[in-house]
Design a protein around this ligand. Structure first.
Ligand code: NI
Length: 205
């Protein structure tokens, strides 16, 4: 007689596993944001030097944005939901800020999918949201380096056997960097343009 039979039926175990993964993702998101919030102003190093490429393939470094507040977001152009929603909200926030504040902010979109997101792809994508957003890509090594500096999590998630059959899991936070390039504060990316604009005004003073 087989006494090792698992009493739980298969579908129920799968449900538990799915719930576990969802909970982990939820905690990772909330915990990551809270950790970043605690780190702002406390000397925890977030951000740093980078050399990437803009939509024209021209080299761009963090020093090119000195004197402006960088609003940095990491994502990828094939993202089905979170990235387009966030970039729409950022473009809306730039409108809502008004010209005086908006002139002091440079929103940057840095891809975590450099294999598909060539300069031309990134340029076309960011242009669809607004001319104020600068899309940046780079070598896989350069992207890995800048993501590490910003404590960004990203990972390829296979969706099929083909070379392009994958999506990217990635953390979703807006990083506000001050005019000297130092990390100022995280801004939640799941907010409306109005809310992001209000956060920016408060943080910029
Ligand atoms: Ni995304």
């Amino acid at each position: 007689m087989n006494t090792t039979t698992d009493p739980k039926p298969g579908p129920r175990r799968m449900l538990f596993a799915t719930m576990g993964v969802l909970l982990a993702v939820l905690l990772l998101g909330a915990g990551g944001f809270m950790w970043l919030s605690a780190g702002s102003g406390n000397g925890i190093a977030i951000g740093g030097p980078f050399t990437l490429e803009d939509g024209g393939g021209k080299p761009v470094t963090d020093r090119d944005f000195r004197g402006k507040y960088m609003l940095v977001y990491f994502g990828y152009t094939f993202c089905p939901d979170v990235c387009p929603t966030t970039l729409s909200a950022v473009a809306d926030a730039m409108d809502k800020l008004g010209p005086d504040y908006a002139a002091r902010v440079r929103p940057l979109f840095i891809t975590v999918d450099p294999r598909r997101d060539t300069p031309a792809v990134v340029r076309k994508y960011t242009a669809a949201f607004g001319p104020e957003i600068t899309g940046l890509t780079g070598t896989p090594e350069a992207i890995a380096a800048v993501a590490k500096e910003y404590r960004v999590y990203y990972a390829e998630h296979r969706t099929g056997p083909g070379p392009g059959d994958y999506s990217m899991d990635h953390s979703s936070v807006l990083y506000l960097m001050d005019p000297k390039g130092a990390f100022l504060a995280p801004i939640r990316a799941d907010q409306t343009g109005d809310e992001i604009a209000a956060n920016l005004k408060k943080l910029m003073g």
